[in-house]
Design a protein around this ligand. Structure first.
Ligand code: ADP
Length: 262
């Protein structure tokens, strides 16, 4: 007679169980991207805090009101930068309340680049950002930041010797969608692999890299799932040996009216 354990192993998982596992995978993917950021975020925060401390000390020592004013301005700059950095991390770390609102994509991308910039520099990856206007999209910002982060980390991993990542933000030709493309100058993807990269567990990486990322084959499947839940599209084009471009298309929306505007 089969043991209870063997019996239960034969039973197919219920829809609820599959759904709970799916959510856990998305969640784990998010947490693992946050892990990569930890080092570079601390470094960036430190860069923002150093002038705050120094100008506060100088301002206290120097009685000249013109100097004090300048010191306050520098302190304010540093504090705003620090707030932008922590705001970005908190946005990513926040529980996934599925609320969508009109989001300025240029700002969203800049926030992600602020977090990942140091990591790219460390891996000799140059960054180029180009924006056509200020496209907005109706999205959950933390989820789309997760997607962008994943695509940029993949791009960096595809350029072990360094290279360039070009990020472009623009409205699409119809005006109904806003586009973000991430192009790298990395190893590229063979045509047979390109058909499979969005499949869960498809990976060509032999294991996690030194930052603990990659090699699970779940990143792109989670990205596509998030994007499609937004009624958007995620596509990849690649030339082996030359690089890969991922294009993210999201439902465009007008910029919200400025608060206090007539
Ligand atoms: P993982 O990074 O864990 O392998 P992903 O789902 O993020 O999982 O990616 C699946 C595969 O797609 C990778 O193993 C790699 O072969 C390929 N890939 C993804 N992004 C790129 C890229 N920018 N350049 C080259 N190959 C890529």
């Amino acid at each position: 007679m089969a043991s209870l354990k063997e019996e239960s192993r034969k039973t197919a998982p219920t829809w609820e169980e599959v759904e709970a596992l799916r959510r856990q995978v998305v969640e784990l993917q998010r947490v693992s991207s946050l892990g990569v950021l930890a080092g570079s975020v601390c470094h960036e925060l430190n860069n923002a805090l150093t002038p705050i401390l120094n100008y506060a000390k100088l301002g206290l020592r120097n009685p000249d009101p013109a100097f004090s004013r300048r010191a306050f301005e520098k302190i304010l700059d540093g504090a705003e930068r620090a707030t932008a950095i922590t705001g970005g991390v908190l946005g990513l770390a926040r529980p996934r309340a599925d609320r969508r609102s009109p989001v300025d994509l240029v700002r969203l991308v800049e926030e992600v680049l602020l977090l990942i910039g140091k990591d790219l520099m460390k891996h000799r990856v140059q960054l180029e950002l180009r924006a056509e206007g200020r496209p907005h999209a109706k999205i959950n910002p933390a989820q789309i930041q997760q997607v962008l982060l994943n695509l940029i980390i993949n791009a960096r991993q595809a350029m072990p010797e360094g290279g360039v990542v070009r990020v472009k933000i623009a409205p699409d030709a119809t005006g109904r969608l806003s586009e973000v493309s991430i192009a790298d100058s990395g190893v590229g993807i063979a045509p047979a692999d390109l058909r499979r990269i969005f499949e869960p567990f498809f990976t060509t990486k032999t294991g996690p890299d030194e930052t603990g990322l990659g090699g699970t084959g779940l990143g792109l499947s989670v990205c596509r799932e998030i994007v499609e839940a937004h009624k958007g599209r995620l596509r990849a084009e690649s030339r082996p040996g030359q690089g890969t471009t991922f294009t993210l298309r999201l439902p465009a929306c007008p910029a919200p009216a400025e608060k206090g505007a007539a």
